[in-house]
Design a protein. Structure first.
Ligand SMILES: NC(=O)c1ccc[n+]([C@@H]2O[C@H](COP(=O)([O-])OP(=O)(O)OC[C@H]3O[C@@H](n4cnc5c(N)ncnc54)[C@H](OP(=O)(O)O)[C@@H]3O)[C@@H](O)[C@H]2O)c1
Length: 281
């Protein structure tokens, strides 16, 4: 729980890390909740991760987030992991427990689902087939979250088929893997399509997909937030589909972290969204 005499500390470990918008997000919440505390970017080389994580407790940190390239390596360092982190195969958040031990969790799927729910009230995962494109770490969080929400059919496509098959085999349930060449046709009758590849990110080519078969009623979501509107989302919006970008996924994943670190559930307000959007502009 937050304590009035304590200076609250958390941060994000990455390499590189200075591009991270997490300090902006978390420091907004310190201000909004009128708490004495700070959230800092921590540039940690992969070979220094174990020492850095073990230093959190003596330094008085409540915990930290992890970004590239630390999310998998941290699994070999923490003392315990929750079921979500184990299933997704990555740790996005570390909590320092009272005795100094480290607990790892993954809040990316919470972030994805709660962003969709906030942006599209009334959205249901069981409304119809969902097409997920990509099979990296982001896709694992998306698929896990959609299954938890009761998705009845997930059509999973990835350039490297074996990676998609790996997710389907591990997660089980209603995930159908389809070959990459069928991605345009896979949109037929879908209620939702998610871009969980890195295609469309600043500096990367657009995702190669034709939206002709996507029903106009379908929701298009991207987990990318640089740029805020990827070519995929722009094309979907132009033809009349509802579109949700990836920024809210980042913002919402911070909420369970705060709950675990400081005992507070902060809100993703329109003011916070526009603050982070302005920093990305
Ligand atoms: N909003 C958020 O909070 C959030 C959270 C996590 C990730 N993200 C974003 O999501 C994106 C993916 O991240 P990640 O961690 O999942 O990355 P990752 O594990 O490296 O996976 C990358 C995915 O993109 C696919 N891909 C790469 N190049 C491609 C190409 N030329 N054509 C088709 N597919 C291609 C890969 O397919 P192969 O398997 O064939 O290589 C793989 O499915 C990044 O832009 C990241 O910033 C956002």
């Amino acid at each position: 729980m937050a304590h009035p005499d304590r200076f609250l500390l958390a941060g994000v470990m990455g390499w590189p890390v200075m591009h991270s918008r997490s300090p902006l997000l978390h420091n907004y919440w310190f201000k909004r909740h009128e708490l004495a505390g700070t959230y800092v970017p921590l540039a940690i080389r992969p070979e220094g991760l174990a020492a850095a994580l073990r230093a959190l407790h003596p330094l008085g940190f409540a915990g930290c987030n992890l970004t590239i390239p630390h999310k998998q390596q941290a699994m070999t360092i923490v003392d315990e992991m929750d079921a979500v982190a184990k299933s997704i195969g990555a740790i996005s958040c570390v909590v320092v427990k009272r005795d100094g031990s480290l607990a790892g969790s993954n809040n990316d799927c919470y972030g994805f689902i709660h962003n969709i729910k906030q942006e599209q009230p009334g959205w249901r995962a069981d409304a119809g087939p969902i097409v997920v494109i990509g099979a990296g770490g982001g896709s694992r969080a998306v698929c896990y979250g959609l299954l938890q929400e009761g998705a009845r059919e997930i059509r999973l496509l990835n350039r490297t088929f074996a990676r998609a098959k790996g997710i389907a085999n591990e997660f089980g349930g209603p995930i159908k893997t389809l070959p990459w060449e069928s991605r345009h046709d896979a949109l037929d009758g879908a209620a939702m399509v998610v871009n969980a590849t890195s295609q469309g990110m600043s500096g990367q080519p657009a995702l190669d997909i034709h939206l002709g078969k996507l029903p106009k009623t379908a929701l298009a979501a991207d987990i990318i937030y640089t740029p805020l509107e990827t070519p995929f989302l722009g094309a979907a919006r132009q033809r009349g589909n509802r579109a949700v970008n990836g920024l809210g996924m980042l913002l919402h994943q911070g909420r369970p972290a705060w709950k675990a670190w400081f005992g507070i559930e902060p809100e993703v307000t329109p003011e916070l969204r526009s603050l982070v959007e302005r920093s990305l502009a």
